[in-house]
Structure formats: C-alpha cells, structure tokens
Ligand binder design. Sequence first.
Ligand SMILES: [Zn+2]
Length: 64
Amino acid sequence: MEEAKHTCKCIICGEMKGEDEGIRIVTEFICDDCEIDIVATDVLDEKYPFYIHQMKQIWIQRNA
Ligand SMILES: [Zn+2]
C-alpha cells in the first residue's frame, strides 16, 4: 500500500490517476489514455469539440 503516491484527477475523463500515469499541464492533469485519445482524434470527429472545451479550462485558469 502506497499512501504517499499522489493522484491527480484527469480533466477529460474525471478519473483519479497516479502522477506517473499522465501529463500535467499547468495546474491540470490529463491521463495517458485521454492523451492518446486526443492525439488520435480527428479534427472532424464529434468528440473533438469536447476535448477542446475541456482543454480550454486550462488556459482560462492560467490567464485568470
Ligand atoms: Zn483521462
């Protein structure tokens, strides 16, 4: 049991993941699974606007 391990909440899927299971962007966290999904998502895909919307929260907070 590793209680010292930090977990981060992915802003895309909302799941709690270990710090080493994703990337940190400014204050936000995106897990590896979602990062792969975003990279693989075509701009014309219906999921793309959702990702952009979630990502925008990062920039809004950064500029606040
Ligand atoms: Zn995720």
